[in-house]
Ligand binder design. Sequence first.
Ligand SMILES: C[S@@+](CC[C@H](N)C(=O)[O-])C[C@H]1O[C@@H](n2cnc3c(N)ncnc32)[C@H](O)[C@@H]1O
Length: 328
Amino acid sequence: MLWATRISNIRLYQYHRPFFTVPHNFRTKLNFSSLSQPQGFCYLDEDCDDFLPWLEQKAGAKISSVLSIGKSAFGRSLFASKSIQTGDCILKVPYSVQITPDNLLPEIKSLLGDEVGNIAKLAIIILCEQKIRQKSEWAPYISRLPQPGEMHNTIFWSQDELEMIRQSSVYQETINQKSQTENDYLAIKRALRHDPEILGDITYEGFMHACSLDFLNHDGATEAIVLSDEDKQDSEVIADRDYGPGEEVLIRYGKFSNATLMLDFGFSLPYNIHDQVQVHFNVPHHDLLREMKIDLLQRHRTPPIKDVNGFNSSSESFTIKLVLILVS
Ligand SMILES: C[S@@+](CC[C@H](N)C(=O)[O-])C[C@H]1O[C@@H](n2cnc3c(N)ncnc32)[C@H](O)[C@@H]1O
């Protein structure tokens, strides 16, 4: 599902997805952007030649007449197949070909308690479809999902790798996310214990992988938007500028810091205009400069970008864009 993304506030790829796997309440405005390929490389992905025709047949409507699926340094990507003008609708995806928690089979839905959230429900759908392989009505999408080794979100990092970021807030967020995923997995196993064949031998690793499926390459520096229209029941992508044939077209997952991109999507950007660092300070009450330090921190803090992870803040935690050097 080349363009599927786990879209949370966005999420999703983010995540996140023609045939987006989208928790319904996560459907939101998407911003679409473009990065020209300075190296001019655009490899068409012949393995995906049948994907758009399949999707259009399923939707009973044209999805895009100006995009092709290709490969770039970011993996599978979208390219302009012909000239595109600013304001053109590049992509129109009816809700009917977007996987959402509503696609969960009623017999499974009725077994799950409220504690199972939308991302976990999407994971169950993906696992069920994977289980029936070519019989799945989503097979052309499911078979193109990234393989576990291709995913670099921090929840897939080994403990040794995580140790390298222990000082960062991403470390704790990763631990929290792992524990949430494990709780979801156990809740699902409990709920389906009387019908174990529904999911087959679902392992925690398989579940974790399905939970993280996102599809769409990201460029954070764009103001162009795509709207999901509840009345028209579709999601549209509007070009924010002109494109020449062969230029890569990217979506903005959200105004995400590198910490969030690393946590949720497994990459970070060298120049990220939305980057932020959350710093926890402990300014002791006996510190003679306490007031001055707190005042400095208050004045230079920046409102944290509200993103999908909701990195926790406390009165002693400040989100800054500038590096402050405090000398006591
Ligand atoms: C939603 S998928 C997009 C499709 C993906 N390229 C593929 O081959 O299936 C998201 C993944 O694409 C890659 N990606 C997307 N945007 C990127 C970027 N700006 N820089 C590096 N990797 C990116 C990351 O691996 C990310 O986890």
